[in-house]
Design a protein around this ligand. Sequence first.
Ligand SMILES: Cc1cc2nc3c(=O)[nH]c(=O)nc-3n(C[C@H](O)[C@H](O)[C@H](O)COP(=O)(O)OP(=O)(O)OC[C@H]3O[C@@H](n4cnc5c(N)ncnc54)[C@H](O)[C@@H]3O)c2cc1C
Length: 804
Amino acid sequence: MKNHSQVCVIGGGVVGCSVLYHLTKLGWSDVMLIERSELTSGSTWHAAGGFHTLNGDTNMAALQGYTIKLYKELEELTGMSCGLHHVGGVTLADTPERMDMLKAERAKHRYMGLDTQILSPAEIIEVAPATNTAGLLGGLYDPLDGHLDPSGTTHAYARAARMNGAEIQLHTKVIETNWRTDGSWEVVTDQGTVIAEHVVNAAGLWAREVGAMAGVYLPLHPMEHQYIVTDDIAMIYERDTEHPHVMDPGGESYLRQEGRGLCIGFYEQACQPWAVDGTPWDFGHELLPDNLDKITDSIEFAYRRFPALKKAGVKTVIHGPFTFAPDGNPLVGPVPGLRNYWSACGVMAGFSQGGGVGLTLAQWMIEGEPERDVFALDVARFGSWTTPGYTLPKVIENYQTRFSVTYPNEELPAARPFRTTPMYDIQDQLGAVFGQQFGLEVVNFFAHGDESRYETPSFRRSNAFAAAAREVKAVRESVGINEVQNFGKFAVTGAAAREWLDWIMAGRIPEEGRMSLTPMLSPKGRLIGDFTVSCLAEDEFQLTSSYGYQAVHERWLRQNLPDGVGLENISDKRTGFQIAGPLARHVLSGVTGADVSAEAFRFFDVKRMVVGMCDCIVQRVSYTGDLGFEIYTDAASQRALWHALWAQGKPHGMRPFGMRAMMSLRLDKFFGSWLNEYSPDYTAGETGMDRFIVFGKKSNFIGRQVAEAQRAKGAKRKPVVFEVDALDADVIAYEPVWINGVVRGFCTSGGYSHYAQKSIAMALVDAEHVNEDLEVEIEILGDMRSARRITVSPFDPDGQRMRG
Ligand SMILES: Cc1cc2nc3c(=O)[nH]c(=O)nc-3n(C[C@H](O)[C@H](O)[C@H](O)COP(=O)(O)OP(=O)(O)OC[C@H]3O[C@@H](n4cnc5c(N)ncnc54)[C@H](O)[C@@H]3O)c2cc1C
């Protein structure tokens, strides 16, 4: 075994081998993989080997598409067989909601270039005759679905990596990973020690234990999982072609042909977590004892859906463990707080996702950043607040809902409430219906009287519609109050703070007492942040951006932090409220001695002032686009601040408002939002954020050269806002935009403007097709809805109220 390597990948399952191959594919050959046993000795060897593109998250679907297309390339490269069966697959829908979901997926696939089709029950029988279509409304057919040989595929990755110079060390167990002062790692094994510049944790079932060797907790947990292979079934082996996969969300099962019979697996409600106290090191190439009792209900259901199963004998039962993260997506990327330590674990669908995970990680390590937005799989989407006590119930919930409909407005209940602000019980008494962001309870809307305290999960307008309308009306006609907890916030301090901010941000850094909006760019010119920067003193700044994205931002800011600049994540420390609406100034002036008149406190000013009893930082800005103020204080004073504002505001008709109203209000002003209109998938020029880039500034800010080149070239896509002739469903995101029968763009977000009483869609459209009077069709849940471009925002188009 060599004693020095640029990269040491720990774990020779499908994921570790894919990472190793992709590192070599992108040009690094001084790389090694250490496996405690033989390759595939964790979850990999007993997988059913199925692969699918369908995923509610568009970027995950693209990553799965990449993985599936890679197998042919791997076979050609290595001459080895992956045992590919591209038999196609049908996902069934037995409720209108499931049908809505499939139609929404189908629509997304149109601009992703995936050739899926909606099938009628009769067409399902033609394609997948083992299916009893009683009670089915339809299905979604994906020709790319199929299955492979898990072991052959893993060995093909390994051979391809070896062909490019990688070394694979078998029967070698990593027992310690020690951080060295030069940023490299000492990887101690039972066969000797390797010094590695980078460590990748791809230890699958043991990723928790391997993470602990570096002092980190990775939020994942193993679950038991079972599938059954039947004896021969005549109606299957007599067919000329192989039977396709059938995913039946109603029965929580997936089915496919295996040899001359069928293979069916279940995501049962009575599921069992495995190895709660840690994965035993002596767990080898072995299975768990069969447990058909826990899938009795699922089997009964399957007999009705696939009657041929009933008469077939059971040939084999495969029962083994595999890992899940709390949301079921992989945990990939640089682990926050550690240098050169990378995660490639929590991959519950290694054969749908392993290739994309390997590519993403290799790009990140070698090129400094992945090519697209990877938030859905970024290990930093979970903060340091995650604990085993949080992860376990979330993982069980995820397993149980693996085949459920994923609704855009759904708030899953497990492990909640967990993190709350001091306002939680006050909001609860006011009828709050909570959602969750980055583990924190945030108010979505306030129910009144006997209205339900539960938002119906739906692709269409939900029961939050009336509440949001009420809250919007209060903001636009009198004054609304909303907790500003859900911003990620950072304090940046020190004599060199301004100079550093001027380099890390592409926009203007404001003078003392002022604020500015600025994009943050990656070295490749992608948009990695949209920040508000407030200058509180020449050596003190506050940054605000997305709450859910805070750990990703913090990781980037710390990676680029010079000596002499202080950075503190104050997201949960500095909190408060925004008040917005025509009476907002009136309310604020009643609770502060400071002069908050339009002349003394201008739009985009920031000031320290006492509000009620509390020392506050007050900003003259509101994401509602209305006359408004963001009022921050320390968390311990938040309730006192609330009581002062509420007592003063109530006589003026003040109402609390939540995120549903907020997302409607911002549409009135065409304000974009993070990970919708603005994301690492786009350049600043495509989103219109380039208007905040100061190309003329002295600083050679990150991403400058690329941004200049992009500006010179002009953006290929343009942001456009449409008014949509919607019925009961508004745009959510990624619906295709059709122009004369051709898809020319897609929606980034949308919703209903309660103020304008219009359905609004924000979209990116090919620049060559954008004109003033653009008329398009937007495909919402399978229906073509006409839409017209609007260029003047429905509320306060000249900004008189906002700036007044
Ligand atoms: C019954 C069942 C059916 C499944 N069916 C499918 C399917 O149809 N499609 C699909 O996509 N997925 C399926 N999966 C999931 C799939 O198996 C996993 O997603 C995949 O195997 C994860 O691979 P991995 O490389 O991350 O982890 P693992 O396969 O667990 O590999 C981790 C490796 O790391 C090694 N290792 C750990 N610690 C150390 C150490 N300290 N030193 C050295 N080496 C170490 C282990 O020996 C092991 O070989 C199924 C899983 C189960 C249980």
